[in-house]
Structure formats: structure tokens, C-alpha cells
Design a protein. Structure first.
Length: 76
């Protein structure tokens, strides 16, 4: 998925798509964080092993984000 860059941050995305009101910053090797003000939710992921493909080639944070969004939406 191509990043949607802004000044210092970019759009938040998961493996199920963009978080409409979200904003994010993804770091090198798979670490990163994003927030969704509409859900009052923030997600951060830090790793001690670098992932493959640089900041946007690692899918661990997007996969984790999709699972967290599903859980948050169940919580209602």
C-alpha cells in the first residue's frame, strides 16, 4: 500500500485498509505507532528484531492493527 505522507506523519493503515481518522508514524524495521481519535485508540509496536523490507515492507504492525481494530469494534 503506498504511504500517504504528511508533515511528520502519514495515514494509519492496517491489513484491512486505512484507518479513516487515523494518523501514524512507522519506524525502521517494523516498529511504529498509530492513533485513531474516533475510537479513542492508540497502538504502538516495538521490535527487537528488524523486519524485512524497511519501514513499509514489514507487515507485523498492520496485521496487529487489524486484530486490535476488530477487538475494539466488538467492544463497541
Amino acid at each position: 500500500m503506498p504511504p500517504i505522507w504528511r508533515l511528520g506523519w502519514h495515514a494509519a493503515y492496517t491489513t484491512v485498509g486505512l484507518v479513516p481518522d487515523g494518523f501514524a508514524h512507522h519506524g525502521f524495521g517494523g516498529s511504529g505507532a498509530w492513533a485513531d481519535p474516533a475510537r479513542r485508540l492508540a497502538v504502538a509496536f516495538t521490535t527487537n528484531l528488524l523486519g524485512a523490507g524497511g519501514a513499509l515492507g514489514d507487515t507485523r504492525l498492520p496485521e496487529l492493527g487489524a486484530t486490535i481494530l476488530a477487538a475494539a469494534d466488538l467492544r463497541g
